[in-house]
Write a protein that binds this ligand. Structure first.
Ligand SMILES: NC(=O)c1ccc[n+]([C@@H]2O[C@H](COP(=O)([O-])OP(=O)(O)OC[C@H]3O[C@@H](n4cnc5c(N)ncnc54)[C@H](OP(=O)(O)O)[C@@H]3O)[C@@H](O)[C@H]2O)c1
Length: 299
């Protein structure tokens, strides 16, 4: 599967490992200019080198962002706009699923860490880049959820628990934040109809996590991941759907979709289609992201 993305500029967050790194390499091979948005200068530089080598191209650069912090997201966007005058595809791949978090931990912005990284600051980054995406239209926003949401069929947005104040464990917080991403995708897709900017959400299946990403985990958890590995697909295989949604001409006008690893549209959790929840989540996300009420679409 290859496309001519010569004229396209693409941001991939969390591109220093796993699926994000594999997607960055495949997109560069298609000719795109790719910005790898990573939080660690060291891990980012190493991944940049690997992507350059594997794609045999210099059309890739590293920019630093910590998706847990609103100030960092704002600074990243400022720097990106200074260096680039267009943005064709924004891929929100980075996510926190840190099993080391034993209780709700607030970021410097006062938002629970997992919800901040996996939803609120993605909402903020989208807002800050929307003007450029509109200017570059037809353009695409891709969000990333998880097939594991299937195991939470009754999950809904917990407006009394956005900061984990009522209950917290990483797994619950992670799926809650991913459900928020699905709803944000559907809502934003509707709000952007006619703008030339599409929004689609990709449902990542069970993808092998490399050994070096598991060193901080207790041995029982590493064993579970190792067992799961037998049933996993590779990051490279899953990244093909990122590339499909970023580059396939057949999906240029398709918006508000939820996609599996075979590039097929699938249904998401029942509660994710509730428009009243979309609206309430949107208002809460604006508040938590420090965006003046009702001004998300105005940039
Ligand atoms: N692997 C699976 O089975 C699976 C299943 C369902 C969904 N997913 C989703 O697939 C996407 C990619 O995951 P993966 O499997 O490729 O895992 P991964 O290799 O651990 O990649 C996650 C990336 O997110 C980055 N990240 C985490 N917190 C960040 C922050 N605050 N600021 C900037 N970057 C941050 C990590 O950077 P650091 O190196 O700095 O930590 C890393 O580059 C995620 O959205 C994940 O939720 C994965």
């Amino acid at each position: 599967m290859t496309y001519n993305l010569d004229q396209k500029t693409i941001i991939v967050t969390g591109a220093n490992s796993g699926i994000g790194k594999a997607a960055a390499a495949q997109l560069v091979k298609c000719g795109a200019t790719v910005v790898m948005a990573c939080r660690s200068a060291e891990r980012g530089a190493q991944a940049l080198e690997e992507v350059r080598k594997s794609a045999n191209s210099e059309k890739v650069e590293l920019m630093l962002v910590d998706m847990a912090l609103q100030a960092s997201v704002r600074q990243f966007v400022e720097q990106f706009k200074q260096r680039h005058d267009r943005l064709d595809v924004l891929i929100h791949n980075a996510a926190n699923f840190d099993h080391g978090l034993k209780k709700s931990t607030l970021t410097a912005d006062g938002v629970e860490m997992v919800f901040a990284t996996n939803h609120v600051n993605i909402f903020l980054m989208t807002h800050l880049l929307l003007g450029l995406l509109k200017k570059s239209a037809p353009s695409r926003i891709i969000t990333v959820a998880s097939k594991g949401l299937i195991t939470y069929p009754f999950l809904d947005i917990e407006f009394d628990n956005l900061n984990g104040e009522r209950k917290f464990n990483t797994q619950h917080a992670y799926y809650h934040s991913k459900l928020a991403q699905v709803m944000f995708t559907y809502d934003l897709a509707e709000r952007l109809k006619g703008s030339g900017v599409t929004v689609n959400c990709l449902r990542v299946t069970n993808v092998a996590i490399p050994d070096e990403r598991m060193t901080h985990l207790p041995s029982w958890q590493r064993k579970i991941y190792n067992l799961k590995r037998g049933m996993s697909i590779t990051p490279e295989r899953q990244a093909e759907t990122y590339v499909y949604l970023a580059g396939d001409p057949g999906v240029e006008d398709v918006t508000g979709g939820y996609w599996d690893e075979n590039n097929q549209q699938v249904r998401s959790n029942r509660n994710s289609y509730n428009r009243e929840t979309w609206k309430r989540l949107w208002d809460e996300s604006e508040r938590l992201a420090g965006i003046p009420k009702g001004s998300f679409l105005t940039l």
